[in-house]
Design a protein around this ligand. Structure first.
Ligand code: SAH
Length: 231
């Protein structure tokens, strides 16, 4: 079984239209939908915005469904000229840009429980995501580090901090939390995001304009991934 998590309804609802034999179940605050997509068993959920909501959803999905892997799909802000609007970014590693224990000597982003800053995505999952994106996604496909934090990044100052500190190519608010949850539980995971904005002063306008198109682009890759992936 493949687990698919999106932060917002718009990032999951199209996927649900392709599912058959759907069975819904609400656990705590999260609605899970299990079903078949192209004959493959998947379970999808909308986790809500931010790292805590994402971790609650991922951990609950792991305990309730024991998925072979979890994919976080959705939209993101671009931190690199290489990633333009509606291009697809696939994580090779993820970092929590707002994890900061530097006053006690830790490097920025250090997750003390894991003893690492950069959380490595599962290589096989990332490679199949890339293959699926190259075939299904409308724009370019870029692999790199995705930075997550509990902030909608919409200023060049914040953007520059994340790029200069972590060398990330995209930013969002859930991926690295799902990564930490899965990494801790030993569940293979991947994160793919379609770019909705450039995380700068006009991000709020671009996000509003391109959210639907970017969410749909990400969904096309997910459908392709489900058809290709085998554990
Ligand atoms: N109420 C708004 C909240 C969106 S927050 C809504 O429902 O549309 C932005 C969401 O898109 C988060 O899930 C985040 O992962 C992603 N995202 C897109 N661009 C982002 C950016 N520039 N900075 C941080 N997150 C971004």
């Amino acid at each position: 079984m493949i687990g698919i998590i999106g932060a917002m309804k718009v990032e999951i609802e199209e996927l649900e239209t392709y599912m058959e034999q759907k069975e819904e179940k609400t656990i705590g605050s999260v609605r899970f939908v299990k079903g078949l997509l192209d004959g493959r068993e998947i379970v999808a959920a909308v986790c809500g915005i931010g790292k805590v909501a994402a971790s609650i959803c991922a951990q609950t999905m792991i305990m309730a469904y024991a998925p072979d892997c979890i994919i976080n799909t959705g939209v993101a802000g671009s931190l690199s000229e290489k990633a333009g609007i509606c291009d697809t970014v696939i994580a090779d590693t993820l970092v929590q840009h707002d994890m900061d224990i530097t006053p006690l000597g830790d490097p920025p982003g250090m997750i003390e429980g894991l003893g690492i800053v950069d959380i490595p995505a599962d290589e096989k999952v990332a490679s199949v995501l890339k293959e699926a994106a190259l075939q299904a996604a409308p724009g370019k496909v870029i692999t790199g580090k995705i930075a997550s934090g509990d902030q909608f990044v919409a200023s060049s100052e914040k953007k520059d901090f994340i790029v200069n500190t972590f060398n990330a190519i995209a930013c969002e608010m859930e991926g690295a939390a799902i990564a930490q949850t899965c990494y801790s539980a030993g569940v293979p995971f991947g994160v793919l995001r379609a770019i909705s904005d450039n995380a700068d002063g006009s991000a709020h306008l671009s996000y509003a304009e391109f959210l639907p198109e970017a969410a749909s682009a990400a969904c096309k890759t997910i459908v392709g991934f489900v058809k290709k992936y085998s554990k």
